[in-house]
Write a protein that binds this ligand. Structure first.
Ligand code: PMP
Length: 394
């Protein structure tokens, strides 16, 4: 029967990774896949993770099953990290998931369970997996305008107009910080307007937060999520630990459902447990356990925070270097947005032909929509990229 299967489209970013690998040029630059890289181009295991792994190896006495929602201590620690004290702990249901992707997928499953007719409003553009998972699940999606091609900032009025079309029973999917793929983000005043819109329409927000700590710092990056969680009757939060703990392959994430009271929380928790059971029973534990150990230990936590802060600052420095090199070469301020953007990515606003030209002429690999991974740069490659951008006529 499997002969009936259809060929699925290949993942564009994974194809790009492959093409990069096969490029024999020594000076090639990989700005494609979204993993953090240090100044030497490595994706390091963070110090606190290494220490926690050593401690865990010594202390762990069983690999027996945890709970359906994962270890409750992971839930507690992550709720604190993401939500601080914005909402009472008793109002939050949470379940560990295989990565942020698992959390997003499970969030959509919860939405479908609650309202099979729900439409999910997605930013245009958004992380492509949002779209492909929604399509796979047969959930209707409605794009909302987000990126202003001229300023390379947020097209905020257009966004507000579009999300204002959502109704009660619909979901508005938002990036908590460090928007992927654009790098353009709302300021807190704009977030307040988004809250007012959601209050007016009664639509439910779902926040995808995959880069906490990579934008303006761990606390500032959670501000929008906290504002939404504390201002609206309910919301969903899908958080990933892949980036800010550097544990991509451990598949560590969490889905939270925030409600107004303990009764709703109980129902949400029961449904989250149920959904985990239907999909994979128990979520992966290793990464979640390391994260819990780090967040609950003063010394490990301080070391982790310091390292996340170093990573964040390195990306900011690269942004500033690239923006100023572009200003020097182009004699204009039109690339200033690169220093304004936050997180690992910036959408350059180049055409597919210009992106292709940079690949052919300079061995620079970025996603076809001209998303570049800032962490893929270093002091040496910044001037090469800047020259290529100017040469391509961006
Ligand atoms: N959401 C967004 C917006 C992302 O960019 C990513 C990572 N590319 C994720 C979720 C999930 O990442 P992971 O499944 O690796 O934790």
């Amino acid at each position: 029967m499997f002969e009936t299967l259809k060929e699925q489209p290949a993942d564009k970013i994974l194809m790009l990774m492959q093409a990069f690998k096969e490029d024999p040029r020594e000076q090639k630059i990989d700005l494609g896949v979204g993993v953090y890289k240090d100044a030497s181009g490595n994706t390091p295991i963070m110090r606190a993770i290494k220490t926690a792994e050593q401690q865990l190896w010594q202390a762990e006495t069983t690999k027996s099953y945890t709970g359906l929602a994962g270890d409750p201590a992971f839930g507690d620690a992550m709720i604190r990290l993401v939500l601080g004290d914005a909402v009472p702990r008793a109002n939050v249901a949470a379940a560990a998931q295989p990565g942020g992707t698992g959390a997003v997928r499970q969030g959509f499953d919860l939405i479908r369970q609650a309202n099979p007719g729900a439409r999910v409003f997605v930013s245009d553009p958004t992380w492509p997996n949002h779209l492909s998972i929604l399509k796979h699940m047969g959930i209707e999606m409605v794009p909302y305008r987000y990126f202003d091609d001229d300023t390379r900032g947020v097209a905020f009025d257009a966004m507000l107009e579009d999300i204002g079309q959502a109704r009660k029973g619909d979901v508005v999917l938002l990036h908590g910080c460090c928007h992927n793929p654009t790098g353009a983000n709302l300021n807190i005043t704009q977030w307040k307007e988004v809250v007012a819109s959601l209050q007016k329409t009664g639509a439910t927000p779902m926040i995808d937060i995959a880069y906490q700590g990579f934008g303006d710092g761990l606390e500032d990056d959670a501000a929008a999520t906290r504002l939404i969680a504390s201002s609206l009757p309910e919301c969903l939060i899908a958080a990933s630990c892949s980036k800010n703990f550097g544990i991509y392959r451990e598949r560590t994430g969490i889905l939270m459902a925030v409600s107004q009271d303990a009764g709703a929380q109980k129902l949400n928790q029961g449904t989250l447990n149920y959904l985990n059971r239907q999909n994979f029973s128990f979520p992966p534990d290793h990464g979640a356990r390391l994260v819990t150990m780090i967040l609950n230990d003063d010394a490990l936590r301080a070391d982790w925070q310091a390292e996340v802060e170093d990573m964040r600052k390195l990306m900011l420095t690269l942004r500033e270097q690239l923006a100023s090199e572009l200003q020097r070469l182009s004699g204009s301020d039109r690339f200033g947005f690169i220093a304004q953007h936050r997180g690992m990515f910036s959408r350059l606003g180049a055409t597919p032909e210009q992106v292709e030209k940079m690949r052919v002429d300079h061995g620079i690999y970025m996603v076809g929509d001209s998303r570049l991974n800032i962490a893929g740069l270093n002091k040496t490659s910044v001037p090469i990229l800047a020259q290529a951008i100017v040469d391509a006529g961006v």
